[in-house]
Write a protein that binds this ligand. Structure first.
Ligand code: SF4
Ligand code: SF4
Length: 452
């Protein structure tokens, strides 16, 4: 099957008809028709380059305690040792030791670390993509501070260059690069949608202002699946009297370049938003309810730009918390018990663990925390691009059982989160398990209870 044959129309829509795909144990995806020797060469070059001294020190410091296994939802739910986080990096460790490490000469001479084969890398595709949401729970738990999640992301660079990416993830990343959006939310589609929403909800949604203090970005999941998020954002910003805009030359905050492992595509997506913010003179860029968008812009944006960003970057939950805490934004109390799902890339990886809770406090809800919660919260299982990979569905549902138990145990009436990727993973899990809990947006809860 070629990447072009993949269901490009709705690659992220978990309700769309599924492709008939082979089981993971027999299906490994390849892009392009380069010979295996070339794939290996390219992948190894990338691993060795990315796994510099820093990463090598990480790898060498592993004391094989196994704590990362217990931290990973894939291992916990299956008991399969192949899902031990540090094991997911084995081929890359092997490549580094053989090619670059201090004893590389001996490793090569006595073949102590044999050359990684393309068949091994094909098998590792499942470990690097299907069974890692880059949630960073292993990173947090590791007593040696080995940042396994970041190393998995780096390993994806080599896999991408070698054309060894799961097809669906490759397809959404390629479509985002080609059309500007992984879900077909092109500037024209987005503009039409904004006009329709503005009309329907009788609300002002400014587009393409030449000068604005605040630039708002959106994820295509929100544009295509949860458009109420656009209206909710407009309500909040209008209530605050901000001079804000959406710009059609830079709005798509999802970043499948980052998730698939294509650093150039990652940069291309980020630079569109950065350039749009610079052009309109924004002092603040607001990122939508999308976890990996936060990682891509908040924590990697300056690297892409090559210097410090000339504007502040906030996730929408941080923006809400700031304005609710200062009293600029006012909401009426919600008389409900609520549990909050921490999106991994916002809380654990992003550091904005408190923002969602500040917002819920302002909303006056009875917060019933999951166990564990905050930085230790369990991942929904759909991050890191995993939700796009249909052959990984069974495994994804298996790890989602942890989330359902966590939520059910709280006994809360309402489930809230601040990531549309998590939200669609929950929606899909709800449909699959016929679960009685619905995922709600934190932003929409604020907008619905604004005192205007
Ligand atoms: S927790 Fe850290 S030190 Fe322990 S096995 Fe995993 S990577 Fe190695
Ligand atoms: S980042 Fe998350 S999913 Fe990936 S290996 Fe670590 S704990 Fe498992």
């Amino acid at each position: 099957m070629s990447p072009a044959d993949v269901n490009k129309e709705h690659p992220l829509d978990t309700k769309a008809p599924r492709l008939s795909v082979k089981k993971p144990e027999t299906r490994y995806d390849k892009q392009g028709d380069m010979p295996d020797s070339e794939r290996i060469e390219i992948a190894m070059r990338s691993f060795v380059r990315d796994f510099g001294a820093h990463a090598a020190t990480y790898m060498e410091s592993c004391i094989h305690c196994g704590m990362c296994a217990e931290a990973c939802h894939y291992y916990v739910q299956t008991g399969d040792p192949k899902y031990t986080p540090i094991w997911k990096l084995e081929p890359f460790k092997q490549a580094y030791k053989r090619e670059m490490g201090p004893f590389s000469f001996f490793y090569r001479t006595f073949n102590l670390k044999p050359k990684v084969t393309v068949q091994e890398l094909e098998k590792w595709q499942e470990l690097i993509y299907d069974s890692c949401t880059v949630c960073g729970r292993c990173t947090l738990i590791c007593p040696m501070g080995i940042d396994i999640a970041t190393l998995v992301s780096q390993a994806r660079h080599g896999m991408f260059q070698a054309g060894l990416v799961p097809h669906e993830l490759w397809a959404v990343a390629e479509r985002a690069e080609r059309e500007g959006s992984p879900l077909g939310a092109t500037p024209k589609v987005f503009k039409d949608r904004i006009e329709w929403l503005a009309d329907d909800h009788e609300i002002e949604i400014p587009v393409d202002r030449e000068q604005a203090d605040v630039l708002v970005s959106m994820s295509s999941i929100e544009i295509m699946k949860y458009p109420d998020a656009i209206v909710a954002t407009a309500r909040v910003l209008n209530a605050l009297g901000e001079k804000w805009t959406i710009r059609l030359d830079g709005y798509e905050a999802t970043n499948f370049g980052l998730l698939s492992g294509n650093a150039q595509w990652q940069k291309d997506m980020s630079m569109k938003i950065i350039n749009a913010a610079v052009k309109c003179g924004a002092r603040l860029l607001i990122l939508p309810e999308c976890g990996h968008a936060y990682g891509a812009l908040r924590w990697s944006g300056a690297n892409m730009y090559g210097k410090p960003l000339p504007f502040k970057v906030l996730h929408i939950s941080e923006f809400l918390a700031e304005n609710l805490n200062s009293g600029k934004l006012k909401v009426k109390p919600v008389g409900k018990s609520v549990t909050y799902h921490d999106p991994c890339q916002i809380s654990r990886r992003g550091g904005a663990t408190r923002a969602g809770r500040d917002v819920l406090k302002a909303l006056g809800v009875e917060l019933r925390e999951m166990n564990p919660h905050g930085d230790l919260n369990w991942c929904c299982g759909g991050g890191g691009g995993v939700v796009t990979i249909h052959r990984a569905d069974d495994l994804r549902y298996k790890v989602f059982e942890i989330k359902m138990k966590q939520v059910n145990d709280t006994g809360a009436e309402t489930l809230v989160m601040s990531c549309s990727n998590c939200r669609q993973t929950f929606d899909d899990g709800q449909a699959h398990f016929k679960w009685d809990k619905t995922a709600n947006s934190l932003l929409e809860m604020v907008a619905d209870n604004l005192v205007e």
